[in-house]
Design a protein around this ligand. Structure first.
Ligand SMILES: NC(=O)c1ccc[n+]([C@@H]2O[C@H](COP(=O)([O-])OP(=O)(O)OC[C@H]3O[C@@H](n4cnc5c(N)ncnc54)[C@H](OP(=O)(O)O)[C@@H]3O)[C@@H](O)[C@H]2O)c1
Length: 328
């Protein structure tokens, strides 16, 4: 089968499309013919050797994928050949086939396209976990979302708005802020042009936000932290700016602020049944058209390196996919 292959950590130039052996499922695994795979910032990190998980070589990047089950291991009872599914696989998605543990495979409703399913697990899984388990966001609360045109941020805006929260979207361009408005943001701030703190103060009548969703990191994190009202909760989601932020502990004491890490792997470990039931529920929402990820670009597998380059370019609004096969 064809796959994008990484043989050493480093630059995208070292990645190549190769013919490799077809995967064989172990007893608990599902073998999926991948139709489309979501491209994530983490895919770039994993090929650079900068992700928390470092696969052994050779491996294919691709953290999430959607397709059709072609084979199952002896212990797999929930899936059968022909089922439409999506999976969170950490790596391996940019390939014609993948074998993944049944615990991270989820059904895809008939009315939901493979394009939507390809970008569904990571963004919707993370956003829901962040809002419900980590921030316990309540109707009427203000939520400041950084990097608001990014994949995970747009999904968070969509779900937070559905939950009745009031979202302030902050991003670096008018185009990103427009997408955030369409996802449900009530107010927007272009942080290339305006300082966050006074802008948030004006929008919230001086009260500040109840929570911050931060997938950006770097210097922006402290600016965002300082927009919170006493008792505010700051969600640390990622470091797209390339630097871990320093959080001043004295401010946490003075304002009773909480800083909470968001890692869906923790939820999967702690409560896999809840994680699975949420996907079933959110798939229903997607099938009814109540939620829809914004997919900006779709690249064929032979151009997967361009897709990875694009995801790190900072100029994409929404999500990117790699199309592995046109149809089954
Ligand atoms: N914790 C989890 O479970 C989880 C799940 C999903 C993603 N993440 C992490 O969240 C972050 C965002 O992921 P994503 O897939 O949504 O990424 P994305 O779509 O590529 O967006 C990243 C955003 O970060 C901002 N940014 C600021 N400085 C940047 C830089 N130097 N290079 C690139 N982007 C920069 C940009 O927004 P502006 O231009 O508006 O500043 C950009 O739109 C990543 O670090 C990812 O690893 C974590």
């Amino acid at each position: 089968m064809k796959a994008l292959v990484c043989r050493k950590f480093g630059s995208f130039d070292d990645l190549s499309i190769d013919d490799i052996a077809d995967p064989i499922p172990s007893d608990r695994q599902v073998r999926i013919a991948v139709v489309e795979a979501g491209v994530n910032f983490g895919d770039a990190l994993i090929t650079a050797g900068q992700y928390q998980i470092k696969p052994s070589f050779p491996f294919s990047p691709g953290m999430e994928a959607a397709g059709i089950v072609v084979d199952v291991g002896a212990d797999v009872k929930k899936f059968k050949p022909g089922d439409r599914v999506m999976a969170t696989c950490v790596y391996g998605g940019f390939a014609e086939e993948i074998c993944v543990d049944q615990s991270v495979v989820f059904p895809v409703e008939n009315g939901v396209s493979f394009t939507t399913a390809a970008v569904f697990p990571i963004c919707y899984g993370t956003a829901r976990h962040a809002l419900v388990d980590c921030a316990a966001i309540k109707p009427g609360e203000w939520l400041l979302v950084l990097g608001a045109g990014s994949g995970v941020a747009l999904t968070t805006i969509e779900l937070a708005t559905m939950a009745g929260a009031r979202v302030i979207a902050a991003a670096s361009s008018a185009q990103k802020l427009q997408a955030a408005k369409l996802a449900g943001a009530e107010a927007t701030i272009n942080y290339q042009e305006e300082l966050l703190r006074p802008a948030v103060a004006e929008i919230t009548n001086g009260r500040g936000v109840h929570a911050v969703f931060d997938p950006v990191g770097g210097d922006m994190s402290e600016h965002a932290l300082r927009t919170m009202a006493p008792g505010g909760r700051c969600l640390i989601v990622g470091f797209a700016a390339g630097r871990f932020p320093s959080i001043p502990a004295n401010l946490l004491l003075l304002k009773e602020w909480s800083v909470i890490g968001v890692n869906t792997a923790v939820l999967i470990e702690r409560n896999p049944t809840l994680y699975r039931s949420r996907f079933a529920e959110m798939m229903q929402w997607a099938a009814k058209g109540e939620i829809k990820p914004l997919v900006a670009r779709r690249y064929p597998l032979v151009r997967a390196v361009e897709a990875l380059t694009a995801v790190t370019s900072r100029d994409v609004v929404g999500r990117i996919t790699v199309v592995i096969r046109d149809k089954m």
